[in-house]
Design a binder for this molecule. Structure first.
Ligand code: G16
Length: 541
């Protein structure tokens, strides 16, 4: 069974003495040069998972928000979820096996998981626009073919498109047609049905600027526009077609969120609604520059979650459909958003560790689970019963709200966070309310905050608890953070090892931007001192 896999592995995709790697927040992610053997082996693993689940599995090649020179791979489970956590460690063991251990490790996986190798398999493979992606995708295909798995090569797709395709395949078309055309038509049809014929409503205008991070999001948005017609008027910048365009460089959702500034490439945009997506188009951030002052203002994942939850709650009330709705956030959620959710919306809110895999899972505890990371990664999941109830009410009553809700369910890509589907959802809600982006921002005022990265020799020396809000190791670091936080009005801060970059992340909040910056700086110094900082600490703000 393994002869071909071992031979091709050794001869064409050897690990050699490359350093070990770990399945992180969103799969394996590092310098593209270190990933060939990992890709090959993940192709084989996906075939095994597909045989076990008797369903299609997805393999997405992307390093999302990371710099162009990185790449990565994540496996997508049958219902569109991220790979089950017990398999993350199998993936890590397989990726790190020595070349001559490959057969033994594969045998162990088959035995421990009770996989029937005689069963068929099917693996959907997608990739982003990175220069390293075609060769690495070939390594995945080689892995799949070495164990005679069946490949559906989707070429360049956004991460959420790949999740969507896997779910459509596994639901035999019930969720939608398993093609990118099927994806565009389902969502655009629902979008148009929700908004009706008039693209303008009150202060809402269909004009929008779109920053594509020089990645797949720009390409896919252009394709989408051919289905959306004139229901939206969009100018796309950072589409990766200009000389010197580099993926995620000074643009994209991660840049806008972390730097709290506009991406490059935007002309004067006072008062205009702008969106940025990240390198694989699964995160979205809104922003604008104030009409009068030109000052930058951002509406992130927390704002999307509160906008959507409030809207859905009102619609359910008006349609007289009783369903429980909850919001899932992470420690990065702005304190003001959490207060707004609990005090104003009266909606239950849960906090889980970073990573869509945690949020998605928790959101399934509710009939309707709205989950968003502050970085703009999220979606809304409806239980089967909730969807059935909404559709039944829409069909059996004259409730316009129920009918609109039914359309909205189809605008949402429930399989995973999807920048473009999320953006269209926001556009639906702003249109329904007749709101400008300033109106949206009135709900609450964000606490000033700062995110920083600290380089350390081994980021795994930091371990955390309480949904990453408290440090366990190194000893003493949490006490230092607590003491610093006390010095700053409305202070809050936490640190955690990134699962996608070789850094420790520091987050802080306080009453003013200067205080938030200072708190992050001081916490960063402590991390540098107590967790094995490398190089000079981050300079004073
Ligand atoms: C991935 C995950 C997100 C996470 C982000 C940053 O996003 O899917 O859930 O918030 O990484 O993770 P970390 O702080 O551990 O580096 P993406 O868009 O990069 O795939």
């Amino acid at each position: 069974m393994w002869a071909e896999a071992v031979k091709v592995g050794k001869e064409q995709h050897a690990k050699g003495d490359l350093k070990d790697i770990q399945y992180g927040t969103a799969g394996f992610r590092t310098d593209a040069k270190l990933l060939d053997h990992v890709m090959y082996r993940m192709g084989i693993l996906a075939v095994l998972r597909s045989k076990l689940k008797q369903a299609a599995i997805g393999v997405m090649l992307t390093a999302s928000h990371n710099q162009e020179k990185d790449n990565g791979v994540k496996l997508v489970d049958p219902k569109g979820e991220m790979l089950e956590q017990t398999w993350e460690s199998l993936a890590t063991t397989l990726a790190n096996a020595k070349d001559d251990e490959l057969e033994t490790v594969l045998e162990d996986i088959v035995k421990s998981q009770g996989i029937d190798l005689s069963l068929p398999s099917s693996v959907f493979v997608g990739r982003d626009t990175r220069q390293s992606s075609p060769a690495l995708a070939q390594a995945v295909l080689d892995g799949i073919q070495s164990v005679e798995g069946c490949v559906i090569d989707c070429g360049i797709v956004s991460t959420p498109q790949l999740h969507y395709l896997v779910v459509c395949q596994n639901t035999k078309g019930e969720y939608g047609e398993a093609s990118t055309k099927g994806y565009y038509s389902k969502i655009s049809k629902a979008f148009k049905a929700f908004r009706g014929n008039n693209p303008v409503n009150g202060k809402y205008s269909p004009k929008l600027m779109f920053d594509g991070a020089n990645g797949v999001g720009a390409q896919k948005m252009k394709e989408f526009l051919t289905f959306l017609g004139d229901s939206i008027q969009m100018e796309i910048v950072n589409d990766g077609t200009q000389p010197g365009d580099v993926l995620n460089a000074d643009c994209g959702a991660d840049f806008v969120k972390v730097q709290q500034t506009s991406p490059k490439g935007l002309k004067e945009t006072r008062g205009e609604r702008c969106v940025s997506v990240d390198g694989d188009a699964d995160r979205v951030i809104y922003f604008y520059n104030d009409k009068e002052s030109g000052q930058f203002a951002m509406l992130d994942g927390d704002r999307i979650a509160t906008l959507v939850a409030e809207f859905l709650k009102d619609m359910l009330d008006q349609a007289k459909v009783s369903l429980n709705l909850g919001i899932v956030q992470t420690a990065y959620a702005n304190g003001s958003s959490t207060n707004y959710i609990t005090q104003k919306l009266n909606v239950p809110v849960a906090c889980v560790p970073t990573g869509v895999k945690h949020l998605h899972h928790k959101a399934q505890d509710f009939d309707i689970g709205v989950y968003f990371e502050a970085n703009g990664h999220g979606t809304i999941v409806f239980s089967d019963a909730a969807q059935a109830k909404i559709r039944e009410t829409a069909a059996s009553s004259n409730s316009i709200q129920a009918q609109k809700l039914a359309h909205l369910v189809d605008v949402i890509n429930q399989t995973v966070g999807d920048a473009i589907s999320d953006m269209l959802l926001v556009e639906c809600i702003l249109h329904a309310k007749g709101w400008s982006i300033e109106d949206w921002r009135q709900a609450y005022q964000d606490l000033p905050n700062r995110q920083m990265k600290v380089r350390v020799a081994d980021r795994n020396v930091i371990s955390t608890t309480d949904a990453e809000r408290k440090v366990v190791t190194p000893k003493g670091l949490q006490d230092e953070i607590d003491a610093l936080v006390k010095k700053f009005p409305q202070g809050r801060s936490f640190v955690r090892p990134s699962g996608t970059e070789d850094v420790v992340r520091v987050y802080s909040e306080s009453d003013t931007q200067d205080n938030a910056d200072q708190l992050a700086y001081e916490v960063g110094l402590k991390v540098h001192a107590l967790a094995g900082g490398v190089g000079e600490p981050t300079p004073k703000p």
